[in-house]
Ligand binder design. Sequence first.
Ligand SMILES: Nc1nc2c(ncn2[C@@H]2O[C@H](COP(=O)(O)OP(=O)(O)OP(=O)(O)O)[C@@H](O)[C@H]2O)c(=O)[nH]1
Ligand SMILES: [Zn+2]
Length: 348
Amino acid sequence: MRRRSTASWDESDARSRPPRRGTRPRTKDRPAHDDAVTGWVLTIDRGRYTCLVPAPPHTAGSTGDRQPGSVEVVAMRARALRPGDVAVGDRVGLVGDTSGATDSLARLVRVEERTSTLRRSADDADPVERVVVANADQLCLVVAAADPEPNPRLVDRALVAAWDAGVDPLLVVTKTDLADPAPVVDAYAALGVSVLGVSKVDWRGLDGVRSALAGRTTALVGPSGVGKSTLVNELSPGAYRAVSDVSGTTGKGRHTSTSAVLLPLRTGGWAVDTPGIRSFGLAHVEPDRLLRAFPDLAPGTDECPRGCSHDEAECGLDDWVGEGNSTPARLESFRRLLGALRAAADTW
Ligand SMILES: Nc1nc2c(ncn2[C@@H]2O[C@H](COP(=O)(O)OP(=O)(O)OP(=O)(O)O)[C@@H](O)[C@H]2O)c(=O)[nH]1
Ligand SMILES: [Zn+2]
């Protein structure tokens, strides 16, 4: 029996058309695509999905890495899937020509259940929150010590998105040559978030970033100009993400890629550069889910009135902290993040 999860899509689930009269049902393709090979969506560009199909287990270690024998297969979406159904990082089923040969085109027929989803916020251009990265296990927020100054509200929102998605947050402070990162480090210490500093001037701190990313699938996000591309180019040579001041040569401003791209790291693991995220979509996040990131506070809400906002006089958390079960700094952080969650989505 083929394992199937209810959360994965399949052409057979959807209003698939009956076979045209006179044509035999394509038993090979329907109903279940048992012959589909599994790929991993590396990037999406104008309806084309570039997927990594790892080498079969007998040829290599099958870690899903870009090992000898693995191929990049370009696929189009089966009709039963909508554009928003597939995101970078998704594990997908591919049928048809999965050789990866030049100009070959496979068909993407299925999306496997995700272990995590990171959504960008709705905005004027697109009123729907969309998944930009699937299956990441770490979210690396990149902010600069200066130029531009970090925006704490946006960092808070990104942390909420990470915890809600069940993804570990990591904060990387770039441009430590321009300013002391200590204020940022201190601001997030109470939240227990790891914070690493790095500077491109001498690449001090790079080893720390490398080992924090090694062997994991990390989504990199941050405001424009903080040095994400500079960092990614150092971590993933050959990736050549355009660096702002170099790419302005077209006269049309800087290069902006619209899709996230999975990039292999020298240390093993993958980084996902996500140029599209200007803010995280948090509309789906229930405030109480934030408590999962605060296990020291969570039991304190047992004494809260029903429907407590956790920011009102009767909230049980004040007594809980007063009794020494957690610290005022933790409670303050929790309330600050609740505020970030309730606030309208601002963008960077
Ligand atoms: N002083 C200093 N400048 C840096 C550092 N890292 C990057 N920069 C500069 O900051 C500018 C922006 O760098 P990018 O790597 O393009 O920044 P980005 O975050 O990718 O920006 P977008 O492409 O707009 O998303 C460039 O001029 C870099 O050379 C650093 O550690 N120190
Ligand atoms: Zn409460």
